[in-house]
Design a protein around this ligand. Structure first.
Ligand SMILES: [Zn+2]
Length: 218
């Protein structure tokens, strides 16, 4: 069955589906993953940039991802790219940037991403959501989980904004807020409270591996 035949807008179950019998769960437990935001988290934040020459990884990011991959985490990028909807760049330009990013991760640290998921939509008026995949919505993470058999409860979202934190929590993951750009938790909304604050990528790996050891299923 193609779970995505009707597109990402179907991730929320309808009342009619609620009444239908649930399918028997026979699949083995999924693998854990680390979902990674792109701009300001994996690479330096240059808004709407698609020039590969300006692509700069955050310190220790590639090495840290190699460590996490070696411990069994699938690695996936999940990124909002409203520049596509706004007409600032084309899908072809973004695909070229993505290809260079993936090749440089591979060359630098042997890191291979399992997937790279993009929300191409713009927010609605006043920043209101206009799709179900633009973070803080969890659509990209949910789509990836279905596509790759990922166990969201054993997975992490690493980002540098509270939008990333909220998306991770809405998907059922734990979250790390990378604070090297100065973003800090605000307010009392539990969805926007990260499980950990880390000042650099080395700290991200240490925290995820420590907490994952404590919470691995039997
Ligand atoms: Zn979207």
């Amino acid at each position: 069955m193609n779970l995505f035949a009707s597109g990402p807008l179907r991730w929320r179950r309808t009342p009619m589906q609620e009444d239908a019998p649930l399918p028997t769960r026979t699949a083995p437990p999924g693998r854990p993953a680390v979902f990674i935001a792109k701009d300001g988290t994996l690479i330096d934040n240059l808004p709407y940039n698609t020039d590969p020459a300006l692509l700069q990884f955050k310190p220790a990011a590639a090495k840290t991802l190699a460590t996490l991959a070696a411990e069994g985490f699938a690695l996936l990028v999940v990124t909002n790219q409203s520049g596509l909807a706004r007409g600032y760049f084309t899908r072809t330009q973004f695909a070229r940037l993505q290809a260079v990013l993936e090749k440089r991760l591979l060359d630098a640290a042997g890191v291979q991403l399992l997937d790279f998921l993009v929300c191409p939509h713009a927010p609605g008026p006043g920043g209101t959501p206009s799709c179900l995949c633009r973070k803080p919505a969890p659509g990209l993470l949910l789509r990836a989980a279905r596509r790759h058999g990922i166990d969201l409860a054993r997975s992490w979202m690493v980002g540098s904004s509270l939008e990333d934190v909220e998306a991770g929590h809405r998907a059922g993951c734990r979250t790390v807020l990378l604070t090297d750009d100065g973003e800090t938790p605000s307010g009392r909304t539990p969805l926007r409270q990260p499980d950990a604050l880390c000042g650099d990528w080395t700290g991200v790996a240490e925290h995820i591996l420590l907490r994952s050891d404590l919470t691995s299923p039997p």
